[in-house]
Design a binder for this molecule. Structure first.
Ligand SMILES: CC(C)(COP(=O)(O)OP(=O)(O)OC[C@H]1O[C@@H](n2cnc3c(N)ncnc32)[C@H](O)[C@@H]1OP(=O)(O)O)[C@@H](O)C(=O)NCCC(=O)NCCS
Length: 166
């Protein structure tokens, strides 16, 4: 772990294109065709929960953004995209970003987080499968995961995930 030298800060306007380039590098071409992007269209990300991780030289090592969504009439955070530069993967930088992001979201009063990802990775942060929450197709239902920031926050919160402005 070399995360001691990594500083996590809120993303600024000046960071935007650098983060976009990191996402282009880390995700397969056509990432914006993913179903989660439909939920982000015309919706602003939550600025306080868009974070960049830079090394001591200021080089971008990782980034995460968050959008609001609605599920069953309740607000939820849609966490992601999260990515770490290929030369810095395996150092705990995504874990640093995840834990920082979860802590900030809780401090801001968010009650529940969801994401589309691999349970073996996100399980370590407390994410579990949301069997009754439906992402727009095509999404593998096994990859729809949630985290509760207050007790039982996902209990009874079911149905299709909608854009925050729908
Ligand atoms: C997924 C990603 C963000 C992880 O970043 P990272 O900084 O390397 O992650 P960490 O250092 O915190 O954790 C590394 C550990 O997670 C494991 N891991 C990483 N991706 C995993 C996955 N998809 N499924 C299971 N385990 C995974 C690694 O094997 C490693 O395991 P270890 O702790 O036993 O050695 C990074 O690999 C990445 O940017 N990937 C491309 C973009 C992407 O897929 N983003 C996530 C979309 S849901």
């Amino acid at each position: 772990m070399r995360t001691q030298e990594i500083v996590v800060t809120e993303e600024t306007l000046d960071d935007w294109w650098e983060v976009e380039m990191l996402y282009d590098l880390c995700f397969a071409p056509g990432r914006s065709a993913l179903s989660s992007y439909r939920l982000r269209e015309d919706v602003r990300p939550i600025a306080a929960l868009c974070l960049v991780a830079r090394d001591h030289d200021g080089v971008l090592a990782g980034a995460v953004r968050n959008w609001p969504v609605k599920v069953g009439g309740k607000q939820a955070l849609l966490l992601g995209p999260i990515a770490v530069h290929p030369t810095r993967q395996g150092e705990g930088i995504a874990a640093l970003l995840m834990l920082d992001c979860i802590g900030r979201a809780a401090a801001l009063g968010w009650e529940r987080i969801m994401l589309v990802g691999d349970a073996p990775y996100y399980g370590r942060f407390g994410f579990f499968r949301l069997r009754d929450v439906k992402m727009p197709p095509p999404t593998n239902p096994k990859r729809v995961l949630g985290l509760e920031l207050v007790d039982d926050a996902w209990d009874g919160v079911t149905g299709s995930v909608l854009r925050a402005i729908d």
